[in-house]
Design a protein around this ligand. Sequence first.
Ligand code: HEM
Length: 405
Amino acid sequence: RRGLFAGLGATGIAGLAAGGLAGHAVTEGTRSENPALAPAHARVRTTGGPPPALALPTPAHVHVLALDLNGEEAPEVRRAAREVLQAWDDHVPALHEEGLSGLVEGSPTQGLHPASLGVTTGVGASLLERAGLPGHRTEEMADLPSFGTDELEPEHCDGDLMLHVGAEDPVVVSSAVDHLVGLAGEHARVRWALPGFRRSTATAHDPSATPRNLMGQIDGTVNPDPAEALFDTQVRAVHGPPDLAWMDGGTYVVVRRIRMLLDAWFARGADEREAVIGRRLSDGAPLGGEHEDDLPDLAARHDDGTPVVPEHAHIRLASPEATLGARMARRSFSYDLGWQPGGRRRAGMLFTAWQADPRRGFTAVQRSLDEGGDALNDYVRHEGSALFAVPAAAPGRTHPLLDHL
Ligand code: HEM
């Protein structure tokens, strides 16, 4: 199984034969690493490869939801989990192939192409605990530690199940979410939900450029490349023991709802904003570098001895040097929910980090950002947090957890 993600280049994805991630999909035909070729019309199929949530190009719209299963006693929870996972298993392949219009007469998506629709599902540790299956909880599913800068709100945290739905078109996302939540029926209820977006390729001068977040920064430059062998080892988990084998070859996703204090941010001068991240606003080049893809020179100093990339810059504290080589695949989206009553802005980042082991990925980096005093901490608030296991699935095989429920 190892090495499966390796070599998923412009032509490689569709060639995979087996062992993809649950509910996971690859694009037929011409999916490319190059978002310039963003396949607004590409179809997704469920025969292997990385989850749609990790596949390139990243869609313009997502909706990430957490659901809680109904029921008090373990057998009731297990039954509810079975019903929901089975219903999603039964419907997701057809959704990927035909879109909702193929499943529901009179759907809002009539006349729309499925537009890269990709559904990724995940399992929270609370599901296993509530279902009386604690022995199936991997060490990687340990609760995330709390961080000094956390301002987590329980109504935006955790959950038994995750639904991650992405597509180029917001109507396609909305309708698919509605359908999938509807399938969960009386067995589960939505705990929290956060729709996110990034710039559409249609409006970009250069659709191949790395997108910007709502702070105006080019965001997503340093990320493992699905085309490289390393991607596999960084993202895919390996589990031998029978109780844990349901997660062998799977991946773990950390979802954070991070509010941005945009007024405070844009009140700062551009120089100060660049120092906070350690990269130029204009082109995303590391300070002291020339191009976005240049490696940051963390040892470089100005004539007066001060570091070119400041001590508390986000990219210094998030770097492999500061985090013992921690790596994860980041797929960040913006969210904008307008204003709260009372005038508080509700916008920020829907941050997702995918890795083989969150303790050596997200947690290692977040600890460094927290304890090292990331300059960005003054402008962001972590309000929501969740960790989900995304198991692997072979084509035609049902969700691996169903064997245990
Ligand atoms: C790099 C923004 C939160 C991990 C970056 C970059 C920006 C950025 C602009 C530089 C470009 C790039 O390489 O993508 C933000 C903002 C955040 C945020 C605005 C919050 C709203 C986080 C969190 C983590 C994280 C929570 C993980 C715990 C990283 C990593 C890098 C990075 C690993 C690459 C560092 C390197 O150069 O090696 N971030 N980030 N970021 N960020 Fe964040």
